[in-house]
Design a protein around this ligand. Sequence first.
Ligand code: IPE
Ligand code: IPE
Ligand code: MG
Length: 261
Amino acid sequence: MDLGGLDKSRLPRHVAVIMDGNGRWARLRGKGRTEGHRRGTASVRAVVEMSRKLDIPYLSLYAFSTENWFRPKDEVHALMGMLEHYLTVEQPKMMRHGIRLLAIGDKDRLPRRVLSTLKHAERATRNNQGMTVLLALSYSGRSDIVGMVQRIARKVKEGKCGVQDINEEMVRAHVATSAIPDPDLLIRTSGEMRISNFFLWQIAYTELYITPTLWPDFREAEYLQALIEFQRRRRRFGRTDEQIAQPLPSLAVARELEDHS
Ligand code: IPE
Ligand code: IPE
Ligand code: MG
């Protein structure tokens, strides 16, 4: 594959994607929304495969928000069916390519069959070391924060820690993404300039990339564009240009700079 000048030594460690625009893609073609979602799963495959090839260790996909439960029953049903199908047919490929699947969100709201397929996929792939794909399902950034507050409050109440012990590290350890680093790059397709209740705490210093391309049209070439644009950004983490000699790959590096200054 021609990487068009992409520097493989400065790739994001964690890419997060708000996969939006399936409905509009379908409407433009006079098709039903379900057809848009179906074509969208091909984009999921393309982005997962390319991330794996490039050795990007973490990919988060916003597949279904808490608010998406308010959509027409038929559409929710079709989406759940596709999710179940995707998890089933992709599992051998995940095993072959060393992909670990994790899901976050209010999973108990998922239909029983989807939940059991999901649990099965998580269990089967849990020791895979190549890459982690994090699916946000029935996810809400605000609920994630509420859950974190509840878990910490419980610890304080049980006397496991004091109020003065609550710090950023503790919060980080109690959100749904505690096991993985914050995203370096957040991609949103279909041009909407909003976060739609996806990661809130996690994107404090994430680079945002919003493209008008609709999700079913977002394939390898578009992804490559996003990664190249990411490498053009100067991540300052609040510092001045002079302090940042060269673009930084992650906040961890910024922390190191801080420690040594
Ligand atoms: C994204 O596409 C898929 C989900 C939110 C599940 P949409 O279905 O939101 O497509 P648009 O935004 O209506 O075009
Ligand atoms: C965001 O898309 C949620 C997902 C991509 C899963 P929406 O289509 O639900 O977002 P809004 O309603 O345009 O903000
Ligand atoms: Mg949408």
